[in-house]
Ligand binder design. Structure first.
Ligand code: NAD
Length: 503
């Protein structure tokens, strides 16, 4: 039987996507729409409005008014804390519906809900975590440096109107990582979801109103990068751009922001290494965890996927055997089937790109151990690629340097710790790194030497209170924890003489 997802769409009651401006949902002024085709079947799932420059202008001005005229930036801390906690509870109550919408958007299987970071539960925890910051983001009182007695202090104030631009691959978590600190600090928001994960985000936005968020505080413009994203990043009334997505678009945002010197936070891609030493606690587990990051749930379409396995020669063959076995065990297909573990690639452009990278890796001399092909039969209409393992990879090959964003692991052998570190750091990216060893001193020695934003020793996890972000071309700034909250504020210095003496 041919796979179809239309009954699930009808059951969830998915309706066409509209823009949210100053509390009112509406289509684009010129009626433009974009049709979402499901990555597993190619079926039309629904349409979304494509916001043009005038729609984006409406949304930014609504956010501007809500910031400049209030009341949101001036609400009492207790009110904001209550709202963020109420919203976290609403997310948890709607977890099942949101997971179904996500499966209709980007094809991530329902089974993936059990993994913490991309779950609705993690997104809810991010809101709870940020609620805790609302009454703790403050300034300092500083002693006089010279002159007469005077008071010097700093205020932390909300940064203003935030353009929050999301990718498609983890809408729950990434929505939360941007919207929660923005609301906690009193900012207002124009949100642009990815055109490949809009329906999930629109439902999350509707729940904000149910939690009691005033109109105009969060506005939504839907549509692709051009025209919608471009109109947003070049809008002069936006104070900050918070972006998660590809390095190419990140560079474009830095260039566009220069005109008005907007504040910019970027969470970009990676080519993260995992280093496996012979004294790893369990070589099989290291292979399964590493392979899991490039197959389970997102089929390697995860910024933190550990796509370069640097494996000591003594345990190389054992590692590869387990990775190959795991590749064969990963199931893909109907995202609503509880037995399905992995997703299709998001679109045909990405499918062609991954297959091209696989072909060129072989031309450049890498050995294809397993995968690298598309399934046929029922799944032929979807953008599926079988989990893929390459050995004999050199770090200068394209497959070791480019972010593949697909289910592809490149295994590179090493002999010494220094060689492993040099290989690990020989990349333009610096998002994550993993290492497997039972030698505690080596673990911390390498945790220092690896140039990456997150280093996992014998495993890793993304959590709401931990800073997350990249070194080098993996980004600018951090999400999660105090550093993220502060990135949504401006620091103001306030001075006052306490005597008639000059300061
Ligand atoms: P993308 O860069 O293609 O798109 C991201 C968002 O930017 C989408 O909403 C898109 O419509 C918008 N966009 C595209 N062109 C634009 C433009 N010119 N101006 C403004 N907006 C524009 O990325 P994607 O395919 O959605 O996501 C995959 C990428 O995201 C990968 O590189 C992945 O590593 C990265 N990512 C990083 C993190 C992280 O936390 N570091 C997390 C998830 C994904």
């Amino acid at each position: 039987m041919t796979l179809t997802l239309l009954p699930h769409r009808d059951k969830v009651g998915l309706t066409d996507g509209e823009l949210l401006v100053a509390g009112a949902w509406r289509p684009a002024r010129d009626g433009a729409t974009w049709t979402h085709r499901h990555p597993a079947t190619g079926e039309e799932i629904g349409t979304i409005a494509v916001a043009g420059p005038s729609d984006v202008d409406d949304a930014v001005r609504a956010a501007r008014r809500a910031f400049d005229d209030g009341p949101w930036p001036r609400t009492r801390a207790g009110q904001r804390i209550g709202l963020l906690h109420r919203y976290a509870d609403l997310l948890r109550e709607h977890a099942e519906e949101l997971r179904a919408l996500q499966a209709l958007d980007n094809g991530i299987p329902l089974s993936f809900g059990g993994i913490y970071a991309p779950s609705v539960g993690a997104a809810a925890d991010v809101f709870d975590h940020h609620a805790g910051w609302v009454d703790k983001v403050g300034g300092e009182t500083l002693p006089p440096y010279q002159g007469g007695d005077h008071l010097a202090m700093t205020f932390r104030e909300p940064i203003g109107v935030v353009a929050a631009i999301l990718p498609w691959n983890a809408p729950f978590l990434l929505f939360a990582q941007k919207v929660a600190p923005a609301l906690a600090t009193g900012c207002t928001v124009v949100l642009k979801p990815s055109e490949y994960a809009t329906f999930t985000v629109l439902r999350m936005v509707r729940l904000l109103a149910e939690a009691g968020l005033p109109d105009g505080v969060v506005n939504v413009v839907t549509g692709p990068g051009d025209p919608t994203g471009e109109a947003l990043i070049t809008h002069p009334l936006v104070d900050k751009i918070s972006f998660t997505g590809s390095r190419a678009v990140g560079r474009r945002i830095v260039a566009a922001s220069a005109a008005t010197l907007k504040r910019v936070s970027l969470e970009l891609g990676g080519k993260s290494p995992t280093l496996v030493f012979p004294d790893a606690p369990d070589i099989g587990l290291a292979a399964m965890t590493t392979m899991g990051t490039v197959t389970m749930g997102l089929s390697g379409q995860a910024c933190v996927a550990h796509t370069r396995a640097l494996v000591h020669r003594d345990v190389h063959d054992q590692f590869v055997a387990v990775a190959q076995m795991m590749a064969g065990a990963v199931t893909y297909g109907d995202p609503f089937d509880a037995g399905v573990l992995a997703s299709p690639l998001i679109n045909t452009r990405q499918l062609d790109r991954v297959l091209g990278l696989v072909d060129r890796a072989q031309e450049q001399g890498a050995t294809l151990v397993t995968g690298g092909t598309r399934p046929d039969g029922d799944l032929a209409a979807g953008n599926f690629v079988r989990p893929t393992v390459f050995t004999g990879v050199r770090n200068d090959m394209e497959i070791a340097r480019e972010e593949v964003f697909g289910p592809v692991l490149a295994v590179i052998p090493f002999e010494s710790e220094d060689e492993a570190v040099a290989l690990a750091n020989d990349t333009e990216y610096g998002l994550g790194a993993g290492l497997y060893t039972t030698d505690v001193r080596r673990a911390f020695r390498l945790a220092r030497r690896l140039r990456a934003g997150t280093v996992g020793i014998n495993g890793f996890q993304i959590e709401p209170h931990l800073p997350f972000g990249g070194f080098k071309q993996s980004g600018l700034g951090r999400e999660g924890g105090r550093s993220a909250v502060e990135a949504y504020t401006e620091l103001k210095t306030v001075l006052m003489p306490l005597t008639d003496e000059l300061m």
